[in-house]
Design a protein. Structure first.
Length: 225
């Protein structure tokens, strides 16, 4: 069975708020009844895992608000400023994007292998995801070097300034996800605290979010710069 979705986690958060924050989620079939045992949450979905899921949900909301504020400034200046000068966005961004999308695919494949108790294959795919993430960041640095070689710097134009800010901010947040990936790879499994499956779920929420955010920023940069 796949891990709990973000909507599931939000449902549990709201349930905790309504119950005063100290209650457990309702029993969804702990044996007996109408066969609801198939809906029972796995062991990694208990309160410790839920705390991490809650934290990552609010972190993603905060990150989204931060980027939306920058996007709003980008759109306003692009349409109103007489100083807006377009520039050529490096084509390597398309290759970088393909690498990032592939990393999301390998991450989901790793989670599937973990659910099948295929630990060696899980670890290989998990490390592959991590490597692809670092490769994406390296590609972003190459894009910067291409622009510098063309004489386009962060202060050259408003458009180029937003390019550097968008890519740097996204890269910094993605680096946090890479740290979580490395942690999930080297951490010894301890189901009594936080299982590897719970870590995989939480990290995948954040990683896929950063993937989708980059696709949005890429569209803004190509069609707006």
């Amino acid at each position: 069975m796949p891990g709990p979705s973000v909507l599931d986690e939000l449902e549990l958060i709201l349930a905790d708020i309504r119950g005063g924050g100290g209650g457990q989620p309702p029993d969804r079939g702990d044996g007996g009844g109408d066969g609801g045992g198939n809906n029972k949450r796995p062991s990694h979905g208990g309160p410790p895992a839920r705390r991490y899921s809650t934290a990552i949900v609010f972190a993603m909301i905060s990150i989204l608000m931060f980027f939306m504020a920058m996007v709003a400034a980008f759109l306003v200046l692009r349409t109103t400023s007489s100083l807006w000068v377009k520039f050529h966005v490096p084509r390597i961004l398309w290759a970088n994007t393909a690498v990032l999308i592939l990393s999301s695919v390998t991450l989901e494949a790793a989670k599937k292998r973990l659910a099948e108790n295929n630990t060696p294959q899980f670890e290989r795919l998990w490390w592959l995801t991590t490597t692809l993430g670092f490769l994406f960041l390296a590609g972003q640095l190459v894009a910067w070097r291409i622009l510098v070689g063309e004489g386009v710097y962060v202060g050259s134009t408003l458009a180029s300034g937003f390019f550097y800010v968008f890519t740097a901010a996204h890269g910094a947040h993605l680096l946090g996800g890479l740290g979580a990936l490395v942690y999930g790879a080297v951490r010894r499994p301890d189901p009594s605290r936080l299982s590897r499956a719970a870590i995989a779920d939480v990290v995948s929420y954040y990683w896929h979010f950063m993937d989708g955010l980059w696709l949005f920023l890429l569209a803004m940069l190509y069609f707006g710069s």
